[in-house]
Design a protein around this ligand. Sequence first.
Ligand code: ATP
Ligand code: MG
Length: 411
Amino acid sequence: MRQSFLFPKTRKESPKEAESVNHKLLVRAGFIDQLMAGSWTLLPLGWRVITKINQVIREEMNAVGGQEMLMPLLHPKAIWNETGRWDKANEIMYKLKDAHNKEYVLSFTHEEIVMDLLRKNIKSYQDLPVSVYHFSTKFRNELRAKAGILRGREFMMKDLYSAHTSEKDLMDYYEKIKGAYSKVFRRLGFDFKVTEASGGVFTDKNTHEFQVLTEGGEDTIYYCDSCDFSENKEIFKGKEGDKCSECKKGKIVEAKSIEVGNIFPLGTWYAEMMRVYFMDKDGGKKPVWFGSYGIGPTRVMGTIVEVSHDEKGIIWPKVVAPFDIHLIELPGAKGTKEIYKKLQGIGKEVLWDDRDVPAGEKFADADLIGIPIRAVVSEKTGDKIEWKGRTSGKIELLTINSSINRLISTD
Ligand code: ATP
Ligand code: MG
């Protein structure tokens, strides 16, 4: 893509009200734009990143048998009354009426909708298990819609739902999803803890949150410095420095964190409330065992910026970078278009800075936008390319062929 066409331009100043790093940098670099509190446009650069985050999630969900689909966002009141959540979750729901005074809610989650799908389509144990997911918008009346894109009133979620014939089958799958989520967050480069927490408006059982360790986080967790023990502040009974009750060796550490994912072993409550039964092998009618599992890609994008930036701008990990290479053309450069085409020819996404602006501005923008590789061509470089990593101080002069070989070998 030619940068002269890229919408919008970068900005020198952060928005006045911006407090968090992700808010400042994502707005300045042109990834997101705020419509109102908690409501964001994902601009072309931001949408590219989200698409890549979603692809990582999609691959890992498909690998554990998830089937992608898409469910509606406008839900009738009646379905939410079946579980009592029309009242119980009232505070976070955006409710509305149509011209006939019928009541609806904008989706804040989809358990009830999946349950309705299941009762229409599940008859016997042979129809189970089921694992379905979608990426879609969630609406939640968040009272503290701040911290940039970390907490939206309208945000993106990947939510997966699974239904099973037994508690054992549900819990086996729950562990599989825990593994799949861990893979997603490792691929995204996060330092995270799988943390036990309460189930909020979803369940009275404990759940697991995926918490990324960072000073900018809103959550507080306690974890062991030697084993996997980790609990959210809301359920942890103890304090920093205590001996870990689990391994009896390590010490408890308190940390700030951001919740990027949450998995819920919901059990049979939803099936009982909504009459979702199946015929078991023994001929008995039984409620399905249900679980739900969510990741917020927009919050993930903000979290990456919180944990991966410097004073100059964002540092995108390769897997989610909006482009693979930032090709910067300076005066006197020859053959830039051929280089651009060659890089594209090996499947690379290239942002070509073809603008007529000073070199210093181009370099500052490149650091702000944060693409992993900067390739400069100028009168000085002749038929070669000045090659530099976003975080490396080392600049190398490479031929086009050796840059291509390097790109292929580091894939
Ligand atoms: P929080 O405690 O941070 O309000 P939650 O526990 O209510 O979040 P879940 O219902 O567990 O959220 O949602 C699953 C995932 O969706 C979260 O782990 C997070 O990644 C994302 N998410 C939840 N609420 C928001 C929000 N307001 N803005 C952006 N992403 C969100
Ligand atoms: Mg949660």
